[in-house]
Design a protein around this ligand. Sequence first.
Ligand code: NAD
Ligand code: MG
Length: 394
Amino acid sequence: MKTVAIFGATGSIGTSALDVIARHPDRFRSSVLSANRNVEALADLCARHQPDMAIIADPTLEGALASALKARGLRTQAAAGERALEQAAAGPHCEIVLAAIVGAAGLRSTLAAARAGKRLLLANKEAAVMAGPLLRAALAEGGGELIPVDSEHNALFQCLPDSHEDLRGRGGVRKLWLTASGGPFRGCTREQLANVTPDQACAHPNWRMGRKISVDSATLMNKGLEVIEAQVLFGVDADAIEVVVHPQSMMHSLVEYIDGSFLAQLGQPDMRTAIAHALAWPERIEAGVARLDPRMLALDFESPDEETFRCLALAHQAMHAGGDAPALLNAANEIAVAAFLDGALPFLGIAQVIEAVLNELPPQSVVNLETLLARDLTARSAAQRIIRKQVVGC
Ligand code: NAD
Ligand code: MG
């Protein structure tokens, strides 16, 4: 029986993971569950899954969580705050940690799980983007394993040779091809994008996801973050990663080898496949996913439009710039996406804000977590200032 901590249990990935785990009560137990501020939703999940510990990220809500657990007659221990997440990630209550908090908020607990040598199931791509060198160092220190949950990286993991952490010039790999659905606005012009709403941006054609990643998919920043994530996870050169738009989202990525072979992983656009794979690897378990009939497959591929969807080009720029540029990109993106979701920034303004932040802050090398987080804050303040100026300027 393996114990699993699910950080971000109330989210889209968290919900899918709880579903997979509940199908295998003989193999896995959800032992730690966390949420940001939704005490009632977290307590309801605790009633269903009976974890040892529940953590609410907002420290002011610890009392409310304790009361909600008590009201349901549960013995689940209540904890709160980022420090509690870090301690739980490294502590004795879990052997596996699913990092499924959205954004930079998941960084510390992800690093703590890596440093403690846990099996780290990484959905929180922002942590890898922000702090690639620190994550790799933490994994080396802990000696545990990271299994990617992001569907493209999970697909690559499945198609790569066993030793995949440093592929530069090794393993006969020529290129990693990341597939992108193109999002809800594929084929749109900049004029058509000028007035799109948050709800339109979040209406993804193939996947049901949280609102932040849905907007990232609509801007193609999601693919930009994933290119950087692939470089961090697999240690390949930036030029060895290619993005291809595949609107059906049935092929989840491809590895091209120097002998001309391509290995790809196919499946329904359902995150439970990647989650089940990461939980049970190297074994395979049932995931509750609808079967795919290969006779029904239509597979189209095209190049991404980086001129309309500037965020992908900006992510490439940040990756090539190196140092902490990916962290600055991520911070500016988080602020710009939040402003767009609040109705305070137009869709096309997201890329403008990120570009302005990258122009304002030349990259520095990543020294340690504290300096990185200080730079993250600087980039957030710069993005907020630029948004205020843009909105006032409109
Ligand atoms: P979501 O918005 O549905 O859920 C986010 C979870 O994080 C929730 O449980 C929320 O309570 C928690 N959270 C939010 N802010 C927090 C904070 N400040 N501190 C602590 N907890 C906080 O998001 P999601 O779609 O499940 O995505 C989660 C992560 O997985 C993201 O990094 C995303 O990029 C990645 N991912 C998601 C999918 C998908 O299909 N949803 C696919 C690949 C990767
Ligand atoms: Mg993905």
